[in-house]
Design a protein around this ligand. Structure first.
Ligand code: GSH
Length: 280
């Protein structure tokens, strides 16, 4: 009925075979470094170690927005961490992110340098540092943080759940695809209802909640991620499409989306960024 092959879990799980899905070669049940590798450092105060994925571009979008606002202190070097080649398990990267996932930031303007990992923590750190794109207090700040944390909790169902089973698993199994398609459609409806009343996620002001949600849910409605646009009927979430289209047009969003990008059209790839002119 479900198309799921029969499987009886053993008493204790052991890592004795690869799952066969895409990314199987980088998945491990243990943390820590696999090899010694010192991270490179550039001339700017902010050193970003990342890749142009939805989680990575949240940070480069914010950095480009800060630079567009005139915050020269937001100049940054963006170094490529190629997760397909296991760079996230190098000793230098693990020192700044023990969780071995991009993005990770090192702020060398503090003494000693400050490490920040998890995209949401990086967005809050930078927004506070430059006092921009995050309301200072009260209900407006609570609303922004609520939507920011909504993204952190929700996107794993879209990517690790739906995307994994619809696009990357070795076979199509009805049970997990059903379960995660239902949840992703519910999430899109949450966004759609919110954006029916508001121009941006928190009202009239664009902030880090939009920057966090756009790379995942904007891509879901505008970029056919996982080749699932028709399957999920994304066009029916009209308010999300309207919002995502407006966010996509922002010059800083266009710039940020190209940083640390190693896939897609050649002219949109900027594997490393060390100067504004790398994007001009
Ligand atoms: N919750 C984390 C998720 C980061 C994440 O999942 N990064 C992925 C790329 S989008 C990664 O580095 N994967 C490498 C791996 O799992 O080994 C965040 O928001 O920063």
């Amino acid at each position: 009925m479900t198309g799921t092959p029969p499987y009886t879990p053993p008493k204790v799980w052991t890592w004795d075979k690869e799952s066969g899905g895409r990314f199987a070669s980088i998945n491990r049940p243990i943390a820590g470094a696999t090899h010694e590798k010192v991270l490179p450092r550039g001339r700017h105060p902010l050193q970003l170690y990342s890749l142009g994925t939805p989680n990575g571009i949240k940070v480069t979008i914010l950095l480009e927005e800060l630079l567009a606002l005139g915050h020269a202190g937001a100049e940054y070097d963006a170094w490529l961490i190629n997760i397909g080649q296991g760079d996230q398990f190098g000793s230098g990267f693990v020192e700044i992110n023990p969780n071995s996932k991009i993005p990770a930031l090192l702020d060398t303007s503090t003494s000693p340098p400050t490490r920040v990992f998890e995209s949401g923590a990086i967005l809050v750190y930078l927004a506070e540092k430059f006092d921009a794109f995050l309301p200072r207090a009260g209900a407006a700040r609570a609303e922004c943080l609520s939507w920011l944390f909504w993204q952190m909790g929700s996107a794993p169902y879209l990517g690790g759940g739906f995307g994994h089973f619809y696009a990357y698993a070795p076979e199509k199994w009805e049970y997990p695809i059903n379960r995660f398609a239902m949840e992703v459609k519910r999430q899109l409806d949450v966004l759609d209802r919110n954006l029916a009343e508001r121009r941006f996620m928190c009202g009239d002001e664009y902030n880090i909640a939009d920057m966090a949600i756009f790379p995942w849910y904007g891509a879901a409605v505008l970029s056919n991620i996982y080749a699932a646009a028709e399957f999920l009927d994304v066009a029916s979430y009209r308010n999300v499409v309207r919002w995502a289209t407006e966010v996509r047009e922002r010059p800083a969003v266009r710039r940020g989306q190209r940083v640390n990008r190693i896939a897609g059209p050649e002219e949109r790839r900027v594997p490393e960024r060390h100067d504004a002119s790398d994007l001009d």
